[in-house]
Design a protein around this ligand. Structure first.
Ligand code: PEP
Length: 255
């Protein structure tokens, strides 16, 4: 089944409103007419509205990087799915490894946030992936299986059909140490197999699984050539318009 690629950027805690507008002024012409893939930028909360305004009419989607599962209330510092939706976003990252590492995110809270996003009609990009210790001790598949089963594996098939999964090996995030296409493909194939076991071959065949971890213009083509890799979640290289545009045009980059 043909799966439309998704090239998503995660700006993490970078860029003011002014920097956001400057980024898109440079980026938009570089990706005009690129309809071979969906292009998504997940920005910090304070610049979401500016980002949404500046991409209007371009087809570029804007997402948040986190959300809280309650709709409103006395939860100081939190941001809800209806707020993100009202800001004009279509997507939201859930369970990024930095949220798991520094802010106590667990598979149970990943599930709650995913459900809250879906209820609001947002597309959650749900991140899973193993640490270096887990990989080196041979636990990668067990970790991925648990993150899947205890997290999004308990969605209904309809809910599941509306999410995107991002496989992000923690040891490759922000380290410059990209997984080889073989290592990434092996993990993606395993995740798709888990999806098939739980939800059937049809849903598994349509599921987009993005790779994240030091994706750059010079490695994106070989990653995107893998059968089970349907896009990228790009941190550092999404901050520079030229680099991110090259990643969007992945097929034109050196293989
Ligand atoms: C990320 O932030 O999800 C990420 C993969 O970062 P980087 O591309 O910088 O490794």
């Amino acid at each position: 089944m043909a799966r439309k690629p998704v090239i998503a950027g995660n700006w993490k805690m970078f860029k003011t409103v002014e920097e956001t507008v400057r980024f898109f002024d440079e980026f938009k012409p570089l990706v005009a007419g690129a309809d071979h893939c969906e292009v998504l930028l997940c920005t910090p909360f304070p610049v979401l509205t500016a980002a949404v305004e500046t991409v209007r009419g371009t087809g570029i989607a804007i997402g948040a990087q986190n959300l809280y599962w309650e709709k409103q209330g006395a939860f100081t510092g939190e941001v809800s799915a209806p707020m993100i939706k009202a800001a004009g976003c279509s997507h939201v990252l859930v369970g990024h490894s930095e949220r798991r590492q520094y802010f106590g995110e667990t598979d149970a809270t990943v599930l709650k946030r995913t459900l809250a996003a879906l209820e609001e009609g947002l597309t959650p990009v749900v991140c899973i992936g193993e640490t270096l210790d887990e990989r080196e001790s041979g636990a990668t598949e067990a970790v991925l299986a648990t993150q899947f089963t205890d997290g999004v594996g308990s969605l209904t098939p309809d809910q599941f059909s509306r999410i995107i999964i991002a496989y992000e090996p923690v040891w490759a995030i922000g380290t410059g140490r990209t997984a080889t296409p073989e290592i990434a493909e092996e993990a993606h194939r395993f995740i798709r197999q888990k999806v098939a076991e739980k939800f059937g071959a049809g849903l598994a065949g349509g599921m987009r699984i993005l790779y994240g971890g030091s994706v750059k213009p010079d490695n994106v083509n070989s990653l995107m050539s893998c059968e089970n890799i349907d896009g990228g979640l790009v941190g550092g290289a999404s901050l520079k318009p030229e680099d991110f545009a090259k990643i969007v045009h992945f097929a034109d980059q050196p293989a």
